[in-house]
Design a protein around this ligand. Sequence first.
Ligand code: MEV
Length: 411
Amino acid sequence: MKLYKMPLEERWKALEQLVDKEALEILKKDNQLPFEIADRMIENVIGRIQLPLGLLTNLKMNGKKYLVPMAVEEPSIIAGANKATKLTLPEGFTAEADESVMIGQVQLKVEDEKKAIEKLETLKEEVETIGKDLSSGLEKYGGGWRGWRYMMLKTFRGPFLLIEFLVDVSDAMGANTINTIAESLGSFLHEKDVGVPRLRILSNLAVYRKARAKAVWKKDVIGREGVEGVLDAYAFALYDYYRLATNNKGIMNGIDAVALATGQDWRAIEAGCHTYSAITGFKPLAHYYKDKEGNLVGEIEVPLAVATVGGATRTLPHAKASLSILGVKNAKELAMIMASVGLANNFAALYALATEGIQKGHMKLHARNIAIMAGAKTPEEIDAVAKKLAELKNYSLEKAKEVLKEIRGKA
Ligand code: MEV
């Protein structure tokens, strides 16, 4: 199915057979998010923003094919993901994810370290009971309390007794559950005179909630030069921090686009992924090596606190529609898809950068934006200007204006 070759109307028509009709109807609307809802979501609403929402059509993961909605403004991201995933077919990606275990933290200011610990030791059962009670609602979904520990944190502000607890939040992102428990434990420990609670909040470094994906790009498909090129690009990111940031940005291109499409807390995902890269020794989030046959193997491991229920996943109409199109049964499956897309976008960038460079493809796709900036109004005008700019290999705004004038002159 060559969706990118179809005009928008035709593309919608083609999708009617494949995706939930109601979801498609939501996405076709010019204004999906009513002001009344937007106004209740955040403070001082004055508008809504829009981004193009496109589809990754070639992802096969664990033997299943997916249509993956991605929201992003950069022209080459969905094109890159489509190319990278297509090159892994017919096998596609394999992926797995941990349970949805989140970390909560309670920071207690203490005067006397020894006394605080002694006191806490006598309250162990009660802490456990509070945690279990407050997370018992998650048990019917397979989640719930997963334990806790404490440690003394010595800082320039003196010692802090740190309580860290784990809760499996199932298909939610988990921030509300974790923060509620953290505040309750903080109050309880204050009441019992263990210490004065300061921060009571989840950790966005969701190391117990990682997703992993793997794919093989065959030597016969991408060529020996492709294999060697990607490995050289990977080595660059392994040994140079400036390259590492850009390399990981290419991974987040894919992860964030799915996060935005499906209504995730993308700031939490960004914070978690970059800190994870740092704690693993400032390493790229995805790794590459050659197998015995000389094929390129790519593997990614990323912490992903994502949700298929709660948060904005149901309040934002586009998120509801995207999740329906994606057809995932739980948050773990969504996380596996996001890890796969992150790996795909990383491969797409490294493969292009290490071989022909990205500007040729990027500028071809960007030409439509330049045409719009030059004043092209109708889809026909935009396409005609973009085509001419690509032919001329000149993507300047001046040239675009000139071409547009010429086209209008002829019309
Ligand atoms: C651009 O959005 C992303 C890249 O810079 C990623 C990379 O350099 O690996 C192309």
